[in-house]
Each structure stands twice: as structure tokens, then as C-alpha cells.
Design a protein around this ligand. Structure first.
Ligand code: P70
Length: 459
């Protein structure tokens, strides 16, 4: 018999206490943080779901790798182990380490971006969009229609609309599109996977116009596992084989290793084009460091290499995907609206349906984020008009496509009882939703404002 209970596929060797606070204390702390949980001290948070990025618990083998790190400035043995591990999955010619994902993006788009250039993606994540726009280029989201409807269930809601892509290329001109990207899984659209068929179809269009295809590969293993579960023909393939096939259609990739490489810092750029790789390496030397460490220590490279081996383990991925699904299903059963089906790394509460009376310009997602903290010391993040809202010429808010609250689950950090606690808190906030008010922004930075914005509750 196959047991129904899916257990954490690890034992705990080292523990870190979490701090309990009272509601009164949290009220004070939230005011001090300008109602922006990004500005709270991590120590004042009980369950931290701000991000799954850089928050993984490392394995004993990763910690052993840290001790084995070779800190040679050039040609470190740890670089070669890292290169081999990345190459095993991506099978790409050039592997360039960076200190995190956005450093890879910054290098890539500084070279291929600029005024008059356009970059299509299923959905650009905020840092990708910011790096493209910072270069003067335009970032275009071409998500499939079903991906825009939180309540509709479909297997691959992260897919790109291939017809729209071809139209976009014709409209903007091939010469103005230096590359096309696919983000796996689609973070801003609910952590939803992209199917192999879609990657293949996008590649076909890209090939027709000789446009290189890049993967934003932060969560490649979670995407590959969804393909194994949901796409015909892949049920008997290993996750590694599926990942290799995903990368085989790509000409390059950016990766924040802080997600599916199970490390606290790291990233890379990978590509086949010799000339582009040379340009990227040269810029890397100016901004990050020598090409065999790229802003990381040798020990970090060891931890990434080991993490990449562990992340394709199917017991790990089964536990990972099932525990996120467990959380999603329990709160859906209680009536809480979320993006369905549950994503790979996070549950996304649909704030528009949760708080229909709070308009996007009063930031319903922020209202939920604040209440989750007040109710249970839980830190989540708004992925809606705070993160993606823009202003028109008259200073009126152009809202984001969706108003979401993301509960990102750090890898291998929390157990089922933490998740059960969380379910209780979310349901309590949902029961009291009529008492919640909107917010206004009192301070914002010109770019990536969500990280540092300050808010005031509206009464
Ligand atoms: C997240 C973090 C990072 C990211 C990503 C994709 C698809 C590139 C990057 C950049 C960022 C974040 C958001 C809210 C709160 C904290 C952190 N995503 N592409 O949590 O990688 O961070 O290494 O520069 O998701 O989703 P990096």
C-alpha cells in the first residue's frame, strides 16, 4: 500500500527558535514599519512567507560543501563543480555565476536591451521588468488568457500566448526583439507552470524569426515536476530528464539560485552564444567579479551545485508541491478565494474577490497583508497594484492586472503544523474581512516601490 500521508522527506538536525509576540506588540511594530511588512524586522515575524527566495534550509551535504569551498580567486575547484552541476541540467556552453538573479538580468539586459528594444515574456517578474525598463527597453507580458482568470482551473496557466507572440514580433519588428523569455514557473501569475508543449511552440516561433529564447529558470524543478504530473507522455520521465528537455529548447537562461538551487544566495547566466557570453563575462568582471566566482564565494558555489542535485529528487518535489496544495485546498474549502489551482512555491490569495469593496487604488492586497501580520504574526507580500501599479499622466493609478497576496513557502523550513496554524490564521482573517479598510501610500520610491513604500490606513 502507498501511504496517503506525505511526510517531510528529511529529519531536522538544527533548529532556530521563532519569536511569539502579542497583537498589541504587532500593532505597534506595524505602525513603526509604515504598514509595510518589508520594513519589519524578521525577528518580529512568527511565520515568514514574504518570499521563497534565499530562505531555504540547506542540507547537511550543502553545509559540508560550505566547508569544502575553494576560495581561489581564479579557477576555483568549486567553480568547476558548480559549472558541472549547472551544465548537467541546462547543457549550455557558457555558465556565468552571479550573486543573484537580478545581477544576471542586469548584465544580460545592459547588453541586449536599450531604447527601441522589446522583450516578450509570459509574465516578467518585477526585477526582470525593472532591469529591462532601466535599460530603456519595453517589457511585454503575453500570458495565455486563462492565466488571467484566478478562479479558472487549468493545468498550465503559466503558458505564453503563442499567437500573440507572433503578432507582437510582426508588429515590433524582428530586429527590435533581441530575445524572448519564458518564466518557469510563472511567479507573478500565481506560480503556475508552463507546459513542455508551450515551450516547444514558443521555440518554433522564435526559430522562425531567429530570435533567441531564454528561460527565467528560478523554479525550473517545480515546473518540471508539474509537467511530470500533468502532461501526457512525461509521467515516466525523471524530473532531471524533463528539466533537460525544457532547457534544450532554450538558447540561454537566467537563474536566481535562491529558489530551486536551495541556497541563501547565488544565481547564474547560461547561454550558448559565444559572442554574447564573452560580452556578459566582460561586464561581469566590471560589476560582479572574475568569471569563476561572479560575486559569490567558492563555498556558495558548492552549495548551489549540491542544491541543484537535491532539488530534482522526486520525494522532495512531491512533498514540496503537495504541502503547498494542502494549504491551498484547506483555505479554498473555507471559502477563501485564491488563484486556482495552487501554484508550486506559493498560494496567491485573490484580494479582489476577498475584499470586493476595496477598490484597487485603496490596495486591498495590502489590507490583507497587514491583517495577516496583526492576527497571527504571518508575513506575506502584496503582488498587485502596490507592486505593479503605474500612474497615468494625470497621476491616476493604472492598477495591476490582478490584486494578489502571495504566501510564499520557504523550502524545507516549515512543517505541517506550521501550515495548519497558518490555515487557522487565514480563515480567521477571512471571517473578519468586513472589518478591513483600504490603504493609501504616503511614501514611494520611483522604481520597485513595494520594497520601501509607506502606507496609512483609511478609516
Ligand atoms: C520572489 C523574489 C525573484 C525573481 C523571480 C523571477 C521569476 C527573477 C527574480 C530575481 C523576489 C522577491 C519578491 C518579493 C519579496 C521578496 C523577494 N523573486 N525572476 O520572492 O531574482 O531575487 O535572486 O535577484 O521570482 O519571488 P533575485
Amino acid at each position: 500500500m502507498k501511504p496517503k500521508t506525505i511526510i517531510e522527506p528529511f529529519k531536522i538536525k538544527s533548529v532556530e527558535p521563532i519569536k511569539f509576540t502579542t497583537r498589541e506588540e504587532r500593532e505597534k511594530l506595524l505602525i513603526e514599519a509604515g504598514y509595510n511588512p518589508f520594513l519589519l524586522r524578521g525577528d518580529d515575524v512568527l511565520i515568514d512567507l514574504l518570499t521563497d527566495s534565499g530562505t531555504s534550509a540547506m542540507s547537511s551535504k550543502q553545509w559540508a560543501g560550505i566547508m569544502n569551498g575553494d576560495e581561489a580567486y581564479a579557477g576555483s575547484k568549486s567553480y568547476y563543480r558548480f559549472e558541472e552541476a549547472v551544465n548537467k541540467i541546462t547543457q549550455m556552453e557558457h555558465i556565468i555565476p552571479t550573486h543573484q538573479g537580478r545581477a544576471a538580468e542586469k548584465i544580460l539586459f545592459s547588453i541586449v536591451g536599450g531604447e527601441g528594444k522589446y522583450f516578450p515574456n509570459n509574465t516578467h517578474f518585477d526585477t526582470t521588468r525593472a532591469n529591462i525598463e532601466f535599460s530603456g527597453a519595453v517589457a511585454e507580458d503575453l500570458l495565455t488568457e486563462v492565466g488571467k482568470h484566478p478562479e479558472e482551473r487549468a493545468d498550465f496557466k503559466g503558458n505564453m500566448d503563442v499567437e500573440k507572440l507572433e503578432k507582437f514580433i510582426k508588429q515590433k519588428g524582428v530586429e527590435n526583439i533581441p530575445l524572448c523569455m519564458i518564466t518557469v514557473t510563472n511567479n507573478s501569475g500565481g506560480g503556475q507552470p508552463v507546459s513542455m508543449q508551450n515551450i516547444r511552440e514558443v521555440k518554433k516561433v522564435c526559430e522562425k524569426y531567429s530570435i533567441p529564447l531564454f528561460l527565467d529558470a528560478c523554479r525550473f524543478a517545480e515546473n518540471a515536476y508539474f509537467i511530470k504530473l500533468r502532461e501526457k507522455g512525461y509521467e515516466n520521465k525523471s524530473v532531471l530528464e524533463i528539466a533537460q528537455e525544457m532547457f534544450s529548447y532554450a538558447d540561454g537562461a537566467t537563474m536566481s539560485a535562491k529558489k530551486d538551487a536551495l541556497v541563501n544566495i547565488g544565481g547564474f547566466l547560461a547561454m550558448n552564444d559565444d559572442e554574447l557570453a564573452m560580452q556578459c563575462s566582460n561586464l561581469l568582471i566590471v560589476t560582479e567579479g572574475f568569471p569563476t566566482y561572479g560575486g559569490l564565494a567558492g563555498r556558495d558555489l558548492e552549495a548551489v551545485a549540491q542544491g541543484l542535485e537535491e532539488v530534482v529528487d522526486e520525494h522532495y518535489l512531491e512533498y514540496r508541491i503537495k504541502s503547498v496544495e494542502y494549504l491551498g485546498n484547506k483555505i479554498v474549502d473555507a471559502g477563501v478565494p485564491i488563484i486556482e489551482p495552487p501554484g508550486g512555491h506559493a498560494i496567491y490569495i485573490d484580494a479582489k474577490r476577498f475584499l470586493p469593496n476595496i477598490a484597487p487604488d485603496k490596495y486591498p492586497g495590502q489590507a490583507i497583508v497587514c491583517e495577516l501580520y496583526l492576527e497571527g504574526g504571518v508575513r506575506a507580500v502584496e503582488i498587485g497594484s502596490v507592486m505593479f501599479g503605474k500612474y497615468d499622466e494625470k497621476g491616476k493609478l493604472i492598477p495591476a492586472m490582478m490584486e494578489l497576496v502571495r504566501l510564499a513557502i520557504p523550502r524545507r523550513v516549515y512543517t505541517q503544523s506550521h501550515i495548519d496554524y497558518l490555515i487557522e490564521i487565514i480563515i480567521e482573517v477571512y471571517k473578519n474581512r468586513d472589518k478591513l479598510n483600504g490603504y493609501e501610500i504616503t511614501y514611494e520610491a520611483p522604481m520597485l516601490r513595494h520594497f520601501t513604500a509607506k502606507f496609512k490606513p483609511l478609516s
